[in-house]
Design a protein around this ligand. Structure first.
Ligand SMILES: Cc1ncc(C[n+]2csc(CCOP(=O)(O)OP(=O)(O)O)c2C)c(N)n1
Ligand SMILES: [Mg+2]
Length: 315
């Protein structure tokens, strides 16, 4: 698989969305923190692009791209991050809890690893109910050192649950390079402990991600159990908004920018004759316009009314 113009469009929408969120922070329009995914877009677009209606997904606080890739609307995601009543959770969740169950996005999680047992639970439910649905869960490289990772993968493996674990290896856990926290170089190798396939993929190549995801999703759907995917990628921004990322060795960011997933796909589509420069420009322009129009709409929405503050509280 090589990726398509539709993939390029989906990745550009996420790129512009994240750039806009960064800008909203600098204008003090967002409460709390945010964790952006510029540079990692090919992973959620490639993986979620292989899912079917009814499939579900859980992710981390760095999850804007994953929720958008599931098909959640740009304006309602902006609205959520801005705390507006029209947000996907009525403005109550914000950036780190972006959730849109209507498209199968069952939750972003601020606690490292918390999304993993939730995904296993969703997969267990699908197995019991016989729905045929598959659950994908995204996690960071650092999260593979969390207890919930090992418990979740083990349980999914022994019960052959329809779940795909996708590690977005962006080379850092907060400010720590992977090699300073993790004794294996290939995180996909951790799959061997659970007797399931572990697959390494270039996470900046959306076509390669799609191919790996297609196999893993088909395996899960056939009842053959989970796969652990490691997608090698890079976060182009700091860990969170307060992080200038000065700990990066000189030249590292530039090396990864030279392999930017958006540019890689546009170049490939050109080389293959799959898109003309004019078509690429049209896709770029449309993505930019869609994101800015969605943001304008979200900014026009009111904050939630104080009288609604107990709505959605179950106790
Ligand atoms: C249980 C828990 N421990 C620690 C933290 C603090 N923390 C937030 S993000 C993070 C790093 C996680 O790195 P990784 O899994 O690689 O994800 P990335 O942020 O790189 O996407 C840590 C330690 C937390 N949120 N939850
Ligand atoms: Mg990481």
């Amino acid at each position: 698989m090589s990726g398509s113009l539709a993939d390029l469009s989906a990745m550009l929408r996420i790129r512009h969305f994240e750039d806009a969120v960064r800008d909203l922070f600098t204008r003090d329009l967002v409460r709390g923190s945010t964790h952006l995914c510029q540079g990692q877009e090919a992973v959620p677009v490639g993986v979620c692009g292989e899912l079917a209606p009814g499939d579900t997904m859980t992710c981390t606080y760095r999850g804007h791209g994953a929720v958008l890739a599931m098909g959640s609307p740009l304006d309602r995601c902006f609205g959520e991050i801005l705390g507006r009543a029209g947000g996907v959770c009525g403005g109550r969740g914000g950036s780190m809890h972006l959730t849109d169950a209507s498209v199968g996005a069952l939750g972003s999680n601020a606690v490292v690893g918390a999304q993993l047992p939730i995904a296993v639970g969703a997969a267990l439910a699908a197995q019991h109910l016989g729905t045929g649905a598959v659950t994908v869960t995204f996690l960071g490289d650092g999260a593979t050192n969390i207890g919930a990772f090992h418990e979740s993968v083990n349980l999914a493996a022994i019960w052959r649950l329809p779940v795909v674990f996708v590690i977005e290896n962006n080379q850092y856990g907060e400010y720590s390079p992977l090699a300073t926290t993790t004794p294996v170089a290939r995180l996909a190798d951790r799959a061997a402990s659970y007797g399931i396939p572990g697959v390494f993929v270039d996470g900046n190549d959306v076509g390669a991600v799609r191919a790996v995801a297609a196999t893993a999703v088909a395996r899960a759907r056939a009842g053959d159990g989970p796969t652990l995917v490691e997608a090698d990628t890079y976060r182009q921004q700091g860990h969170s908004r307060s992080d200038p990322a000065t700990y990066r060795p000189p030249g590292e960011l530039e090396r990864w920018l030279a392999r930017d997933p958006v540019t890689l796909l546009a170049d490939r589509l050109t080389e293959q004759g799959a898109a003309t420069p004019a078509e690429l420009d049209a896709v770029r322009e449309r993505a930019r316009a869609e994101v800015s129009q969605a943001l304008e709409r979200a900014l026009s929405w009111p904050m939630p009314h104080p009288d609604t503050r107990l709505e959605g509280v179950y106790a």
